[in-house]
Write a protein that binds this ligand. Structure first.
Ligand code: CTP
Ligand code: ZN
Length: 153
């Protein structure tokens, strides 16, 4: 048996997006953040697949849909190693790594309970410090958060 035959496969899709190389522990958060329970097309999920890069990885295949740039940013925060594959007529028409923006607004909570964004109806805003690990610094209270503390609304 070749290594390809030993790999668990989920069906190829005709059109849509395949998010690959997701850390296994982030897969269900990504399903929630992308609201895939409300998807109109089919969604296939595989997790705990062996990965040389990540140990264990997950894959999400979303038929008939591309991601918005905001959704791509959310994935970059949760899964900086993820690859986005755009599928057209069964072929990978585009493959790219997700990119972290320098600033993110609105979809992450500040962990500081005294921050103005938690006291008043003010949208959050953070500066992104990309390094080996992602860090976010609140533009209002300057609290820094590491990857484990990042909570997406
Ligand atoms: N894929 C799919 N449907 C298609 C084409 C590809 O679901 N019609 C999926 C593949 O199963 C894979 C991902 O899209 O999970 C990327 O496809 P491909 O680039 O062919 O795979 P790899 O070379 O393994 O990708 P990488 O080098 O990024 O690991
Ligand atoms: Zn803050």
């Amino acid at each position: 048996m070749t290594s390809k035959e030993k790999t668990l496969r989920i069906a190829a899709i005709k059109e849509g997006t395949v998010i690959d190389h997701i850390p296994a522990d982030k897969i269900f958060t990504i399903i929630r953040v992308l609201r895939l329970d409300k998807a109109s097309g089919s969604v296939s999920v595989a997790t705990n697949l062996p990965s040389k890069l990540l140990g264990k990885k997950g894959v999400v295949k979303i038929a008939g849909r591309e991601l918005t740039s905001l959704e791509a940013e959310e994935i970059a925060l949760l899964a900086p190693e993820a690859t986005l594959n755009i599928i057209k007529d069964y072929e990978v028409s585009e493959k790219r790594k997700v990119n972290l923006p320098e600033q993110i607004s609105g979809f992450v909570d500040c962990m500081n309970p005294n921050c103005i964004t938690n006291k008043q109806p003010v949208a959050t805003r953070f500066s992104v410090k990309a390094g080996e690990k992602v860090r976010l610094k609140c533009d209002y209270c300057e609290r820094e958060m590491g990857q484990k503390q990042i909570r997406i609304l």
